[in-house]
Design a protein around this ligand. Structure first.
Ligand code: CA
Length: 234
C-alpha cells in the first residue's frame, strides 16, 4: 500500500483529498502547517507528498527544499494557487516532481499522483538492474572492469561516471530528471546540487561524443533533464 502525506492548511481541501485518496486505496496522513508537514515528511515512511505553498509558519517552497535535501527521491507534487508560484517552482529548482494549479479536478490530481509514483518506481528498478557491457557507435563500455573505449582510444571515466552511464543506458530513450541522476551520484558531494549532475554530464560528453559541443548521444531536454539516444532511427 502506498502512503501519501497531504500538507495543506485549508481544512475542506485537506479532508476532501484525504477521503478521495483513501477511497483509491492509499494510506493518508495529513499536516496543516509547514513545520508539522516537514516533521512528518522527514520522520514518517511516505511514498509521496502533496504540498500546498501558502502555509502558516513555513511556506511550501522551504518545506520542499528541506525535505529534498534529506530525501531526494521522495516525490513531491506542489499544489499552487497562482501562476506566479508556478514560475517560482520551475525557476528555483526546488526539486518538486510535479505541480497542479488550484482549482484542480480530482481526476487530474489522481492521474498526476499515479504518474509520479510510477516514475519513482521506474527509477528504483533501473537503479537495481545490473548491466555488464554496452556498445553504441564506436563506443564500448565494460561495467565490470570499468573500462571503456571510443574506437582505439581508452576512455577516462570515473566509477561514478560509469554508474551514470549504466543508469542512462537502462533508461535509454527516456527523459531522465536531474534528481534521478543526482540520486545515482549521491555521496559524491556533501551537498550535491543539480549543477553537480550537469558537470558529470559535461565530462562524460567529452569522453563519448564525437563533438562534445554538439552532443548526439546525451541530449539535453530543456527544464526536464537528459536523454540518452544511442539507437539511430532512420
Ligand atoms: Ca494554503
Amino acid at each position: 500500500m502506498q502512503r501519501v502525506l497531504i500538507i495543506e492548511d485549508e481544512v475542506s481541501l485537506r479532508d476532501g483529498l484525504k477521503d478521495n485518496l483513501e477511497g483509491e486505496g492509499y494510506v493518508v496522513s495529513t499536516a496543516s502547517t509547514g513545520k508539522e508537514g516537514l516533521e512528518k515528511g522527514l520522520e514518517e515512511e511516505i511514498d509521496l507528498i502533496l504540498l500546498d505553498i501558502m502555509l502558516p509558519g513555513m511556506n511550501g517552497f522551504d518545506v520542499c527544499k528541506k525535505i529534498k535535501s534529506k530525501k531526494l527521491t521522495l516525490p513531491i507534487i506542489m499544489l499552487t494557487a497562482k501562476t506566479k508560484e508556478v514560475d517560482k517552482i520551475l525557476g528555483l529548482e526546488l526539486g518538486a516532481d510535479d505541480y497542479v494549479t488550484k482549482p484542480f479536478s480530482l481526476n487530474e490530481l489522481l492521474a498526476r499522483v499515479k504518474a509520479v509514483l510510477r516514475r519513482a518506481e521506474i527509477h528504483r528498478e533501473a537503479k537495481q538492474k545490473k548491466i555488464d557491457s554496452y556498445e553504441f557507435g564506436n563506443v564500448k563500455l565494460n561495467f565490470v572492469s570499468l573500462e571503456g573505449h571510443k574506437g582505439a582510444r581508452k576512455l577516462k571515466l570515473s566509477k561514478r561516471e560509469f554508474e551514470i552511464l549504466a543508469y542512462m543506458i537502462k533508461r535509454e530513450g527516456e527523459v531522465i530528471s536531474r534528481n534521478d541522476l543526482l540520486d545515482v551520484v549521491w555521496g559524491y558531494d556533501v551537498f550535491p546540487t543539480t549543477r553537480t549532475v550537469d558537470n558529470f554530464i559535461a565530462r562524460i560528453r567529452q569522453q563519448i561524443e564525437d563533438k562534445p559541443s554538439k552532443p548526439k548521444y546525451i541530449q539535453s531536454i530543456r527544464s526536464a533533464g537528459y536523454k540518452l539516444v544511442t539507437k539511430i532511427t532512420p
